[in-house]
Structures are given as structure tokens and as C-alpha cells.
Design a protein around this ligand. Structure first.
Ligand SMILES: [Zn+2]
Length: 481
């Protein structure tokens, strides 16, 4: 029995404690590894991550990205080529300076992101227009010496992600790729039932070296927005410094245009846990649940054999149908304790099998999200369960978007903004677009200007909330991780 059964978990009352409990109790991640900022992903957590990766990789490859794997080390000289880039990342870089006792002649760093590893190779591979577009992706770990407080899944010094890098003949093609990148990420977040706001980051907050950056921000029960993915238009900036040129049809040398995008697995997993979970534990979307169904046999004196053999029949039927199923026949636990345990793990559907079910060749099905019970006949079992998977997914997705709607509010004045930040909301304000007004907001309220909606014009409702000048944009302000 987990030690948590006597604890009452409150996702909304105390998110931080709830979340830490989830990570340990549901075996998601463990940050007791003896290097600060580095966590271990445990079995249940990593199984979910693998499924998210799989959805993402399949979609990327459908859209023409080749899977690749670049070395984790980048030589100092390649890293220092792009000036803004090095300014943005240098404070967070882990250096490798020695091999045994000997100092390396060329210092190496652990990739904080891979542009400077990938572009020197793109330069070799791209000769003519026939080599474009070039699209690749890799699933890997990156390393950043975060100075802000680390927190498992949300902010670590090693993090799991997938990054994609593309090169194109011109800006228009790169722009189309940015849209494709956005669609690929939407596809994954939608499958996870996650709501999000897609923002164009203000210039002062864009990816170092980018023309502009887009980010998927999502709500968190503690009121701090969670950035789960980013897409960057790099224009010719990186191509210039890495001399990424190609010969066009007329034989002229031209600069390529590039894009990149990255999805953080820790944060995407954190959002999945935070959006859907409840006071009884995780609630997992069936598509990523390591086990989608748990069968709990309910033994009854004299009927044990019938019940267990019927439960085995159900197990094999579900396995044959490709449903990930676990049979909990551990007789050290009572059925009620098993319910509790698998609710904690967020298994979407529980199948209860007792003597009555065995006699009638039926099953009792219990949804994790609503606890609703239904009865199905053995013949209809697979269809009934798949139907429930669909209903659970729809319910989780609807709830997540309703919550986002609920989190979004407006403020006309700085005071109002302050008070709504204290309520931990995501606040829309009219903004003149001047970075100084954004910095003023950061100084005055416990929140930051996260950006403006991408490709969706929003009319400011009044003057700039800081300076009172004419506003040109509607900015989203929130606390952040
Ligand atoms: Zn202003």
C-alpha cells in the first residue's frame, strides 16, 4: 500500500505538493539523484514520454524530416560563430576541458541546443538547390546550467527534448516551414488533450539569433505559465555566419534560410499531469497511458476459480485487440486498495470482474476521469472500451480548454493587472509595443509579457496599460516557470 492513501492530495489547493507527490507516488521522476538539477525518469513516467516521442517522431517523419543523431559535444570555435547565440547561452554552458590529466587543445561544450553542431554539417551537405529543402530532427538530451531554481520536469540542467532543423531556398519557404512546425506540435498537444496559447514572443525574449520566435504556453494550476514548445524563424541569420550557401538554377550562390523547433518532454509531460490529474492521482489520456486498462478480479469464497479464469479470458481478448492491459491479481491487496493504486497511476479504464460478471459473461467498466460505471457484455468488450477511450479523451480535452478560458482575463490598468496577477491568472492587456513598458510590467507585477497571439489580430481595448500611449497590440502577461 502506498504511503499516500492516508494523505489527502489537493491539486488546486497546493499544486506544488500535489505535483511532487505525483512524481514519486506514480513513479514519474525522482530528483534525489546526487547531482542537482538532474532527475531520473522512472518507469511509468518514461513510458509516457516514449509514447509522446513516438507520436511526434512519426508526424515529423510524415512531414519529411529525417531522423538523425548528432554528437552531444560541440567545439568551442563552432559555438562562438553566432554572436547573439553565444550571448544567449554562454552563461549556461557546461564545458569539457580535460581528457584525463591532459587539457584539451580545443575545449568542447555539451550542447545547450544544437544549431552550432548541425550547421557545419548542413554546410557540407548543401551544395545546390537540389539539396533543399533539408529537414531533420533528433530526439536527445540537452544541457543548460540553469541558475533559476530547478524543479523536476519543469526546469532541469539536463532535459529531454526533440529538436528539428530545416534549411530552405528562400524566406517564403522557411515561413511555410514555420507553419508546418506549428501544425506538427499542435497535432501532438491536441492528441494529449492539452490546451495552449500560441504566442509570438516579444523581440527581447526571442531565441538568440532568431528573426522571431513562437511559443506554446499553457496554464498550470499554480498560475505559472508552462512553455511546452517553441518554433523559430531564423531567416538568413545562422546561414550567414555558417556560410550556408547553395547554387540556384542560374548558377548564383545564395544564402539558405533556416528554421528550428523544439518540444520539451519534461514540460509536456508536466502539462499532461497538471491539466488532467485530480485529487486521486493521475488521469492519463488513453493514447499515452502505459497501461490503458486494469483488470481487478474480485474473488468470492468458493468462486475464486471461475472469477480468475474469466478475468484471464478478458485479459487475453484485450491483448489480442492491441489494448495495453494489466491484470492485478496480487492477492496481498484488497480490491479497494487496488482501485486506489491504479487510480493514482491514472489508468483510463478499470474492469471489475466478480462472480456475478463471470456468471453473466459481462464486465463492469469504470472510467478514471468521471468514475462512471457501465456494464458491457463480453462480446462487446473491445468496442465498449474503445468507446470509453474516446469519451475520456474528449472529456479531458474539453476540461483543459475550459480551464484555459477560465484562466484568461483582461486588465485595463496596472493596478488591475497587479490584482489579477495575484489571483494567478493569465491577463490580456493593451500594450504600445515598447519594450520599456514590458520591463515596467515585469518590475511592477509578478508577471512577464509573454507575447502576442500569432496570426490572430487582436484589437487593443484601450491605451497602453503602462504609459497610456496608443496601444498597438494585446499582450499576454503571466507568471512563468
Ligand atoms: Zn506603453
Amino acid at each position: 500500500m502506498s504511503e499516500n492513501t492516508s494523505k489527502s492530495l489537493k491539486k488546486w489547493g497546493n499544486f506544488s505538493e500535489w505535483f511532487d507527490d505525483m512524481l514519486l507516488e506514480a513513479q514519474i521522476a525522482d530528483d534525489r539523484y546526487p547531482v542537482k538539477g538532474f532527475s531520473v525518469y522512472r518507469g511509468w513516467g518514461y513510458s509516457i514520454v516514449k509514447r509522446i516521442y513516438q507520436m511526434l517522431e512519426e508526424k515529423l517523419e510524415d512531414e519529411g524530416h529525417q531522423p538523425m543523431q548528432f554528437p552531444v559535444v560541440i567545439p568551442e570555435d563552432a559555438f562562438q560563430v553566432e554572436e547573439d547565440h553565444i550571448k544567449g547561452f554562454s552563461a549556461e554552458v557546461f564545458w569539457i576541458t580535460h581528457a584525463g590529466e591532459n587539457e584539451l587543445d580545443r575545449r568542447l561544450l555539451l550542447r545547450p541546443t544544437s544549431e552550432t553542431a548541425i550547421y557545419p554539417m548542413f554546410r557540407i551537405w548543401i551544395r545546390s538547390h537540389a539539396d533543399l529543402p533539408l529537414r531533420m530532427h533528433q530526439t536527445c538530451n540537452v544541457y543548460r546550467y540553469e541558475t533559476k531554481a530547478t524543479r523536476p520536469l519543469f526546469r532541469g540542467r539536463e532535459f529531454l527534448w526533440n529538436e528539428a532543423h530545416t534549411a530552405h531556398a528562400d524566406y517564403e519557404e522557411a515561413e511555410r516551414q514555420v507553419k508546418t512546425g506549428v501544425e506538427i506540435y499542435r497535432h501532438v498537444y491536441d492528441a494529449l488533450g492539452l490546451s495552449y496559447i500560441l504566442l509570438k514572443r516579444p523581440d527581447f525574449d526571442k531565441f538568440p539569433g532568431a528573426v522571431y520566435s513562437l511559443a506554446f504556453d499553457t496554464w498550470n494550476p499554480d498560475g505559472k505559465v508552462n512553455q511546452i514548445g517553441t518554433v523559430h524563424e531564423l531567416g538568413e541569420n545562422f546561414a550567414k555566419v555558417f556560410q550556408l550557401t547553395y547554387e540556384d538554377e542560374e548558377g548564383t550562390q545564395k544564402l539558405a534560410h533556416t528554421t528550428c523547433y523544439g518540444m520539451g518532454m519534461g514540460r509536456t509531460l508536466a502539462a499532461t499531469i497538471a491539466h488532467h490529474g485530480d485529487d486521486n492521482g493521475l488521469v492519463l489520456p488513453p493514447v499515452v497511458a502505459p497501461k490503458q486498462v486494469v483488470i481487478v478480479p474480485i474473488p468470492f469464497k468458493g468462486k475464486e476459480k471461475e472469477v480468475v479464469s474469466y478475468a484471464r479470458e478478458i485479459e487475453s481478448k484485450l491483448k489480442t485487440a492491441g489494448i495495453r492491459v494489466v491484470m492485478d491479481d496480487d492477492d496481498r491487496l484488497r480490491p479497494g486498495e487496488k482501485y486506489y493504486k491504479w487510480e493514482m497511476f491514472g489508468v483510463p479504464v478499470r474492469v471489475e470482474v466478480g462472480p456475478r460478471e463471470a456468471d453473466a459473461r459481462s464486465v463492469t467498466l469504470v472510467r478514471r476521469d468521471t468514475k462512471e460505471k457501465t456494464v458491457a457484455r463480453f462480446e462487446d468488450l473491445v468496442g465498449a472500451i474503445r468507446g470509453l477511450f474516446g469519451d475520456i479523451y474528449e472529456n479531458l480535452r474539453t476540461r483543459s480548454w475550459e480551464r484555459l478560458d477560465n484562466e484568461l482575463v483582461e486588465a485595463d490598468t496596472l493596478d488591475e493587472l497587479k490584482s489579477k496577477m495575484n489571483d494567478r491568472r493569465i491577463v490580456r492587456v493593451s500594450w504600445c509595443g515598447d519594450p520599456h513598458c514590458a520591463f515596467e510590467i515585469k518590475d511592477q507585477v509578478a508577471g512577464e509579457v509573454r507575447g502576442t497571439l500569432w496570426k490572430k489580430e487582436e484589437k487593443p481595448i484601450g491605451p497602453c496599460v503602462v504609459c497610456g500611449d496608443t496601444a498597438s497590440e494585446v499582450a499576454y502577461v503571466s507568471r512563468t516557470y
